[in-house]
Design a protein around this ligand. Structure first.
Ligand code: FMN
Length: 513
């Protein structure tokens, strides 16, 4: 079982760390003439236009990201309009902007470099408005491209060793990552970005599904080769990352697995030429599951790790009361979201706003690899300007909902340095760092734990983006100098690894000339 040969994940992780010196000595450059197209286009398949007049659910964003759909026992089956709403608010085009070399089509979820390497597919049974089939979502023209006719949900269910939600889902969305589309800029670090960028898409997807009254969860325990074959992926270039069963049918209406021969469908090349980064292919291979037994075993819930003893002085979270919570709907917030490009260094946020973000985003993801309430990532913060919280470094004690002081002080300069010497983390009101005990995670989950921890960070980070924008604040994902982050938060963080970073604050309002 390759998944248990943990040196593969360590090799990838160590090999893709960023440091002051690695950034300066890198020979990788941006070849603008070879910039990849941000869409996967099949020129010769039947397409189904998706409805664009999407009704809003009216559900408040803060509720949508944090409350689960109660299991009523009844059926919850999306129709085409609801499916379209989920796809659009997860990966649809929400804004576009011209630049000298062309046009950027911004999407519903944040993505490193706006390169949008995550693709979505739908494996559906018969739905109102949609025949059963395997489809590719094309956000460029809001359509579904038909890859296979017929009901292939049995194939996916078998690949997950009959995971309950997949086996009972009227439709499952498969998320994939296209290496080159992101590696053009980020080279081998793209495999980490797969988790982050898929994660922000998932934050939106789970929220909009919940707002639509449809249960949904993240499934990572599957035999990789099966969805790859079903989606007809060229696995040197694109691989399945996770499955998201949407809705539930109480009766086992699953058809048996059907034959899914290779299709070899034509797609338009992303670039004139693509480069391969073997470190990522190796990492993916080493974290793949080869059999249904392995998938079932992988999914077995790990015990929840008890919280560490309190480090001393702590501040309790103070979220707003229910009546005071902003009611902006999940759709309004997704349409409003866009990474803040300049934070106002003179602005501050309140402890209540920060509390809302931390509380709502960390109530636990519905995922096959997490016991209820469990979380792989630990949250550390550098507070610069939060009313009610002294400037300093903190550890978020999730179970007790407290912020434990690690060190008092003004650390704007340090935060800028940790965030790859960018201005954004120095000017934000607070920087949220995701750190993880990779040693424990890899021992428990094998190399696939590396996928899980990156994906979880992206999804929680995506929820934090939404919680910030629900409160009319700004946010931006950031990249970082791996080891310096750990040094900064040590001794508390000793032995952990840096996974993800999000800055939160208020956008600088430009003065009219
Ligand atoms: C995980 C992650 C890391 C990011 N890192 C940086 C960064 O280091 N610097 C930066 O300016 N923007 C960063 N961004 C912001 C992206 O550039 C931004 O999401 C992308 O351009 C799409 O724009 P939008 O978020 O406004 O939709 C990051 C975004 C994510 C999701």
């Amino acid at each position: 079982m390759k998944n248990r040969e943990l040196q593969a994940a360590w090799k990838y992780h160590e090999g893709t760390k960023q440091s002051y010196w690695s950034v300066r000595s890198s020979t990788h450059f941006l070849d603008w003439a070879n910039r990849p197209q941000p869409f996967k286009i099949y020129p010769a398949i039947e397409t189904i236009a998706l409805p664009r007049d999407l009704l809003q659910t009216g559900v408040a964003a803060l509720a949508a990201i944090s409350e689960r759909v109660p299991l009523t026992g009844g059926d919850a089956v999306p129709d085409l309009r609801e499916l379209a709403r989920i796809l659009f608010f997860s990966a649809g085009i929400t804004r576009q902007r011209k630049y000298p070399g062309g046009e950027i089509y911004f999407r519903a979820a944040a993505c490193t470099g706006a390169l949008y390497e995550i693709e979505l597919y739908v494996v559906a049974g018969e739905l109102k408005g949609l025949d059963s089939g395997v489809y590719h979502f094309n956000p460029a023209n809001m359509s579904l491209g038909l890859l296979r006719k017929g009901d292939f949900r049995g194939n996916l269910a078998l690949a997950t060793a009959m995971e309950h939600a997949v086996a009972h889902a009227p439709a499952t969305i498969a998320c994939t990552g296209t290496y080159w589309r992101n590696a053009w800029k980020y080279a081998a670090r793209t495999y980490r970005h797969f988790g982050w960028d898929n994660g922000t898409v998932l934050a939106n997807m789970l929220a909009v599904a919940a707002a639509s009254g449809l249960p949904a969860e993240i499934v990572l325990g599957f035999v990789d080769a099966e969805p790859n074959r079903l989606l007809d992926l060229d696995t040197q270039r694109e691989v399945s990352l996770c499955l998201v069963p949407i809705g539930r049918v109480s009766e086992r209406s699953l058809p048996p697995p059907a034959k899914a021969p290779a299709l070899g469908l034509e797609t338009i090349p992303f670039s004139k030429r693509e480069m391969e980064f073997p470190a990522m292919l190796e990492m993916h291979d080493a974290s793949s599951l080869a059999s249904e037994e392995e998938a079932a075993q992988w999914r077995e819930k790990r015990p929840v790790v008890p919280p560490p003893a309190s480090a001393g002085e702590a501040v309790c979270l103070q979220p707003l009361s229910k009546e005071e919570q902003p009611a902006d709907t999940i759709e309004e917030v997704i349409l409003r979201r866009g990474s803040t490009r300049t934070f106002d260094p003179a602005a501050s946020i309140t402890l209540a706003q920060l509390s809302n973000i931390l509380d709502r985003a960390t109530r636990g993801l519905p995922a096959d690899f997490l016991a209820p309430g469990a979380q792989l990532n630990d949250i550390y913060l550098i507070a610069h300007s939060v009313h009610g919280l002294a400037p300093g470094a903190y550890y978020f004690q999730r179970e007790r909902k407290t912020l434990e002081l690690l060190k008092h002080g003004k650390f704007r300069g340090e935060a800028g340095r940790l965030g790859l010497e960018q201005q954004l983390p120095a000017d934000a009101c607070v920087d949220v760092f995701f750190l993880a005990d990779l040693k424990r995670i890899l021992e428990e989950y094998g190399n696939r734990g590396y996928r899980a921890v990156q994906l979880e960070a992206g999804a929680i980070g995506g929820r934090m983006y939404l919680a910030a924008y629900a409160q009319h604040l700004g946010a931006s994902g950031l990249t970082f100098f791996d080891d310096e982050v750990i040094e900064f938060f040590s001794p508390h963080a000793e032995g952990k690894s840096a996974i993800f970073l999000l800055a939160i604050g208020k956008a600088l309002k430009r003065k009219a000339l």
